[in-house]
Design a protein around this ligand. Structure first.
Ligand SMILES: Cc1cc2nc3c(=O)[nH]c(=O)nc-3n(C[C@H](O)[C@H](O)[C@H](O)COP(=O)(O)OP(=O)(O)OC[C@H]3O[C@@H](n4cnc5c(N)ncnc54)[C@H](O)[C@@H]3O)c2cc1C
Length: 376
């Protein structure tokens, strides 16, 4: 059978695209290598409210309204108020709900089907499948990306555990800054309920050792451990003849936080629009599908680009400078700006507003004389 669309990977992006295209009446096949949707999950499961504007209220455990941000010297600031900034989700339930919807809309979901190679229009797994359009939503180590000769992005190692943790306030997440905690990135503690939390980090150096150190400092014992990676930077191309890449496979992730679900879904919306147009026009060529890349780069791509610049600046901050930044941010007026302007998915907005209000913070940041040039 010739499918209209074959989606490789049943993560959030593949499932969302599968559901939307099946709802429009297209023959959709989704191939997933695991025997179980959403498992194992490496995700911290903290999503902004924007995610739920796209997919509805699924998988929600509780709101996230506040954050305590720690400097390496354990000094901290508290931000947030009664406004819900995002939600902590059960990522397994989240993915399973998306899968249920895709199947209910008529998508054919095949589990335990590992794709080994794509040679358009064929997808090679345990059987050979043919599709008019193939979507590579197969995550960090995408086989589809490799099949079209696109180089993998840089990856930061990440580790996460579940711990027993009695939260004073389950709506408050904890963020730990500093190279001594997580080189070039940060660590998090996210309460799941009153008794358990996820503790994790991403780091350019020895993520597992870094996490062990943090757990020791916090006097917490890991109950389970998962590892993963966060793609950083652009891939050269997110399309080819008959093929598009979405989500982690295309490195559509915020370099500031590693959050990939909202940007991935914004790009998936572009994918759905362009795939529908291509199928209607009967034109699956690389030049037609290039409009997918134009769509996401002119939309959420702008924030991803700013996030990448901020990440490059952030990576250069030393521990004593983080201590200085937290000390200077202990200012009611600045905290008010953060609370009014802060948005998990658009961090650049609040960063620029704070720097405008408090230019003295610039001394902690090594901003190049010539701004970074990133091709987009
Ligand atoms: C430690 C950690 C914490 C994170 N926390 C957050 C967070 O709090 N908020 C947030 O927004 N983002 C977070 N992220 C990022 C987020 O998890 C990803 O951006 C998101 O899962 C990407 O979705 P995806 O559908 O593109 O890929 P994935 O979720 O990786 O799904 C890809 C799917 O493809 C399947 N697959 C892979 N290869 C093949 C193959 N060859 N054949 C068939 N199937 C295949 C996989 O089994 C998987 O099911 C975190 C990442 C890490 C590592």
């Amino acid at each position: 059978m010739l499918y209209d669309v074959i989606v490789v990977g049943a993560g959030p992006m593949g499932l969302y695209i599968g559901e939307r295209l099946a709802s429009s009446g297209y023959d959709v096949l989704i191939l997933e290598e695991n025997g179980d949707i959403g498992n194992p999950s490496h995700c911290a499961g903290l999503f902004s409210t924007h995610v739920f504007d796209i997919v509805g209220n699924i998988g929600i455990l509780h709101p996230a309204k506040k954050a305590r941000i720690y400097a390496p010297n354990r000094d901290y600031i508290d931000i947030g108020n009664d406004k819900t900034r995002g939600y902590v989700v059960d990522r397994v339930l989240f993915d399973r709900e998306l899968a249920k919807r895709a199947v209910n809309r008529g998508a054919n979901l095949q589990l335990k089907e590992r794709v080994k190679k794509v040679k358009y229009p064929e997808v090679m797994a345990s059987s050979r499948y043919k599709g008019r359009i193939i979507v590579g939503a197969d995550g960090l180590n995408s086989v589809v990306r490799k099949s079209i000769g696109v180089k993998a992005p840089k990856i930061i190692g990440a580790m996460q555990t579940i711990v027993r943790y009695e939260a004073e306030d389950i709506e408050k997440v904890h963020i730990f800054l500093g190279n001594s905690v997580a080189k070039g990135f940060f660590a998090w503690l996210i309460p799941l309920d009153e008794n358990f939390a996820k503790v994790g980090l991403a780091s350019y150096h020895a993520p597992w050792d870094s996490l062990k150190n943090l757990l020791k400092k916090l006097n917490l014992k890991p109950l389970s451990i998962v590892g993963g990676g966060i793609p950083i930077g652009w891939v050269d191309r997110s399309y080819a003849n008959g093929i598009i890449l979405v989500g982690d496979a295309a490195s559509q992730v915020k370099a500031t936080s590693g959050g990939g679900v909202y940007p991935g879904l914004k790009c998936a919306q572009c994918a759905v629009k362009i795939i529908e147009r291509a199928l209607e026009a009967g034109d699956h060529s690389s030049s037609f599908l290039s409009s997918y890349e134009k769509c996401w780069k002119s939309g959420i791509g702008r924030e991803l680009r700013r996030a990448l610049i901020l990440h490059k600046i952030y990576r250069k901050i030393k521990d004593e400078e983080f201590n200085g930044i937290i000390r200077e941010l202990k200012d009611e007026k600045l905290i008010r700006v953060i609370n009014e302007e802060g948005d998990i998915d658009y961090p650049s907005r609040v960063v620029f507003k704070i720097l405008k209000r408090k230019p003295s913070l610039l001394k902690y940041l090594s901003i190049p004389a010539r701004p970074y040039r990133i091709q987009i």
